[in-house]
Design a protein around this ligand. Structure first.
Ligand SMILES: Cc1cc2nc3c(=O)[nH]c(=O)nc-3n(C[C@H](O)[C@H](O)[C@H](O)COP(=O)(O)OP(=O)(O)OC[C@H]3O[C@@H](n4cnc5c(N)ncnc54)[C@H](O)[C@@H]3O)c2cc1C
Length: 435
């Protein structure tokens, strides 16, 4: 392809504007959010030889990749991401390997016991459930026609299939099936999963050397030009460009004020992407009383309308971690930690009997849904809104670039996708800066 004179002139104008913005800036690039996307973007900008600073609202880095240690020594667990998904093409596979952290290839476990409404399911019920999942997978594989919700895609099926679809969307997406685009679900990448012992801690360690300002929530972005003015409680920072990686739920909540307002196309993209409510509750167990519970992974639906599974003794630690999603999980986050931990204890007891309660010494709720800096677990494209992820990638006058798992296409909802998307945004910014 050859360059036309028009594109050369346009390119020169962009570089001149870029030079003006850089002259007025205190830092060339400001990255908002120190999750996987923001950290990867900042690292790439730095590798490209440009000045960058990351502003992070929380007092820690990693975002939704977070290894929780509040239950004490020897009882850490990943409250957010724990698997390197689609490992064949995920940049974290190599980082994990080089780091030497423990992993387990057996990501989903043997799922040896199915408890339904407190009762151990029969072999027949288990067979039906497996068949239901098989049928759902078939229906969601390249669904024909207009983009419908997962619930609509299985509407004509029997109860077992509809139940499987509900379990699937709650436990893989954290959302109810009527709020999930079946076309978006279909375009998500899949492949090998590697379970990492301390994925969040690894993300934080990997990027510890970057210039970060923790405890610095961004409240506003003025993008009238020539560069951007980023407002925080501690003052305003001027930069040539901003890369915004806050979760789409945070954008939807209006926690960051844009001046001027977001253009209609970006606002529509944000509105087309909801947030799921995948939730984990860690229960600390007495090692002596819990020693026989090892290696059991149990799927339960203890309460009608609620789907969860229990991960027992992850990496051999005296812990049980209840995973749940959808509206039942939202209710637990809204009820608060004490109520959620009690509910998780009830689930444990519904599987192992009331005696197990004496083995529980405490618990921790990872309440992503009510957390003001995440507002949910990960982005969900609403039915009919397949194009929203791509639309979110369109920058505001080459000055404000959005990145993160929500904009990661087939890599959405993952650390790997956020990382790749942060690097994508960094490439666009480097081009704008004339690198
Ligand atoms: C329970 C759970 C389980 C998951 N399991 C997996 C898994 O097994 N494998 C996997 O790959 N992925 C998993 N994910 C998803 C994965 O964690 C995310 O997709 C990924 O970490 C998102 O990275 P990000 O950089 O896009 O966003 P984030 O990690 O959310 O980073 C955004 C950052 O912006 C900050 N921020 C927010 N508002 C402001 C503000 N106003 N000013 C400044 N900073 C702000 C936040 O504090 C955060 O640090 C899981 C997520 C959850 C919640």
């Amino acid at each position: 392809m050859t360059l036309s004179r028009r594109s050369l002139l346009a390119g020169a104008a962009v570089l001149a504007a870029s030079a003006r913005a850089r002259a007025a800036a205190e830092v060339e690039v400001v990255v908002i959010g120190a999750g996987a996307a923001g950290l990867a973007a900042a690292a790439a900008i730095r590798r490209g030889g440009h000045g960058v600073v990351v502003l992070e609202a929380r007092t820690r880095l990693g975002g939704r990749a977070f290894t929780e240690t509040a239950l004490g020594a020897g009882r850490s667990f990943d409250a957010g991401a724990q698997y390197v998904h689609w490992a064949e093409r995920n940049p974290w596979r190599e980082i994990v390997r080089a780091s030497g952290v423990r992993t387990s290839g057996d990501a989903t476990g043997p799922w040896p016991v199915l408890i339904k409404d407190g009762v151990r399911a029969s072999e027949d019920e288990r067979r039906q459930r497996r068949a239901g999942f098989g049928r759902v997978s078939g229906l969601l594989d390249h669904p024909a026609g207009p983009d419908r919700s997962v619930a609509q895609a299985v509407a004509g099926e029997d109860e077992a299939v509809r139940g499987a679809a509900t379990g699937l969307t709650r436990l893989t997406l954290g959302e109810e099936p009527d709020r999930v685009s079946s076309a978006d679900y279909d375009q998500l990448w899949s492949g090998d999963d590697i379970w990492v012992d301390g994925y969040g801690a690894l993300v934080a360690r990997h990027y510890a050397e970057l210039p970060l300002r923790l405890g610095t929530p961004v409240t506003g972005i003025d993008w009238r030009g020539p560069g951007v003015a980023v407002e925080t409680p501690g003052g305003t920072l001027r930069a040539a460009c901003a890369i915004v990686t806050v979760p789409v739920g945070v954008l939807a909540a209006g926690s960051v004020r844009f001046t001027p307002d977001l253009p209609a196309s970006t606002a529509a993209a944000v509105a087309g992407l909801g947030m799921g409510a995948y939730t984990k509750i860690g229960l600390a167990l007495d090692p002596a009383k819990a020693k026989d519970l090892r290696d059991a992974v149990i799927l339960t639906s203890g309460t009608p309308g609620f789907t969860a599974y229990l991960e027992m003794r992850p990496f051999d630690r005296p812990l049980a971690v209840l995973h749940c999603g959808g509206d039942g999980a939202r209710a637990l986050c809204e009820a608060g930690e004490a109520a959620a931990v009690a509910a998780a204890g009830d689930h444990l007891a519904s599987v192992f009997g009331a005696g197990i309660r004496g083995a529980v010494s405490g618990g921790r709720l990872a309440a992503w849904w009510t957390d003001p800096f995440s507002r949910g677990s990960y982005s969900i494209a609403r039915p009919g809104r397949l194009a929203a992820r791509e639309a979110l990638r369109i920058p505001l006058v080459e000055r404000v670039f959005f990145a993160g798992e929500a904009a990661a296409g087939g890599g959405a909802m993952t650390v790997g996708g956020a990382t790749l998307d942060g690097e994508r945004a960094a490439r666009a910014v480097l081009a704008r800066l004339g690198s």
